[in-house]
Write a protein that binds this ligand. Structure first.
Ligand SMILES: [Zn+2]
Length: 100
């Protein structure tokens, strides 16, 4: 019986009571702040032909997004192509009913 008691004691020492995670130190992560590869392209609105500077995030890879024309506020489809090297390849704009 004494041996069982010792075993119980040993397992108790081996598994100390969890004090909770209150002592866990939080590492300061910069959430939302990442290296953006913003490139600017001179484009023109497919509705009113106004030229404006469009900022494109090449780090997102190939993607499509919407941009409002700074002049006529029309929704412009923006299709971004990025090369395998991560460089901005082409930016194609279209009207909201254009199909690419
Ligand atoms: Zn426009």
């Amino acid at each position: 019986m004494a041996l069982m008691f010792m075993d119980a004691l040993k397992s108790l020492v081996a598994n100390p009571i969890n004090m909770g995670c209150g002592w866990r130190t939080r590492t300061s992560r910069s959430i939302g702040v990442h290296e953006e590869m913003l490139s600017s392209r001179d484009v023109s609105c497919p509705y009113c032909n106004t030229e404006f500077e469009l900022l494109v995030d090449a780090s997102q890879g190939n993607h499509a997004t919407w941009e409002d024309c700074p002049r006529c506020c029309s929704p412009i489809q923006v299709h971004v192509s990025v090369s395998p090297q991560g460089e901005l390849d082409s930016v194609v704009l279209g009207r909201d009913d254009d199909v690419f």
